[in-house]
Design a binder for this molecule. Structure first.
Ligand SMILES: [Fe+2]
Length: 293
């Protein structure tokens, strides 16, 4: 649960830091599961500090992470922000060096809330998440794309140049400095980057999607719900399941009611037709656009 001040802060700036969210015991468990799943991935493709690895954490060999998608406290925070939220995924990332400016929304109508936490103490100089406060809001969000350093269609063709410090540093931003146990919460649509991180920066995320509130949001949710239950190729990262979450998570053998509600919602949306909303979905420059039919 957030205080009204925290809620207002998030609504205004698109991010929020909660200090000491996890206990020392939980940090130890997080660290143990992080190391175990990293080892599973490294046994398939050794991590050598040159290429980022993203590792799914929804399966039975990382039960604490998997349970965070059902976690009452995270759900309560998400509900305070978006009224209702849908579980999406939980991952760890072994980041390498800087991260170029980007936002995580698949399209402006496809967004949610991301809970991030780190296993190292991070400052502005060694890889803390940098955000442009308020950039989750329109028209500011779209206006920022006019700046080359923030323009996704340019960046996706020029990842190496966009990842250079000289390209990231000039953009004014706020660094979300954190220690292990702290929670950094942000709206997918906020522009973010990181600077000065090591060749093995450990990031953990739990990701939720906004429950659709408009026909445009419904169109994109139906589109993505169909993907939620589809097998995809995981050849680039064979340590991950073929779906967004593991089959074990979807089986919900412990019958967690929060999880079951989320799965039922995705099933419901997956059976609906995008065209019934009056919109269609197209991919433009790597992002989903909702277009009237
Ligand atoms: Fe991101």
């Amino acid at each position: 649960m957030l205080t009204s001040e925290q809620k207002r802060f998030f609504e205004t700036f698109g991010f929020l830091i909660i200090k000491d969210f996890f206990s020392q015991n939980e940090i130890n468990t997080i660290s143990k599961e992080f190391n175990y799943r990293s080892k599973v991935a490294s046994n398939i493709e050794p991590f050598d500090g040159t290429k980022r690895q993203t590792i799914d954490m929804s399966d039975d060999d990382s039960p604490f992470f998997a349970s965070l998608l059902d976690n009452e406290q995270l759900l309560s925070i998400g509900k305070t922000i978006h009224n209702r939220i849908l579980p999406w995924s939980t991952n760890i990332d072994r980041h390498v060096d800087n991260t170029f400016w980007h936002h995580d929304a698949g399209g402006y109508e496809w967004y949610g809330v991301k809970f991030a936490f780190y296993l190292d103490s991070l400052t502005s100089q060694n890889g803390a998440l940098r955000v442009i406060p308020g950039s989750h809001k329109q028209p500011f969000h779209d206006e920022l794309a006019h700046i080359k350093n923030l323009n996704y269609s340019w960046i996706r063709k020029n990842y190496t140049a966009a990842s250079k410090s000289s390209f990231i540093a000039p953009i004014p931003s706020y660094a979300c400095e954190s220690n292990p146990g702290d929670l950094v919460i942000f709206d997918y649509r906020i522009f973010h980057a990181s600077l000065g991180g090591s060749k093995d920066r450990h990031m953990c995320t739990v990701n939720f999607i906004n429950y659709p509130k408009t026909p445009k949001q419904l169109a994109i949710t139906i589109h993505e719900a169909k993907n939620y239950f589809k097998d995809t190729h995981n050849t680039a990262a064979p340590w991950n399941p073929k779906k967004v979450v593991s089959e074990n998570w979807l089986a919900n053998t412990n019958q967690n009611p929060n999880r079951q509600w989320g799965i039922d919602q995705w099933r419901k949306f997956s059976k609906m037709k995008v065209s019934d909303t009056g919109y269609k979905i197209e991919t433009v420059e790597g992002k989903l656009k909702v277009i009237p039919i």
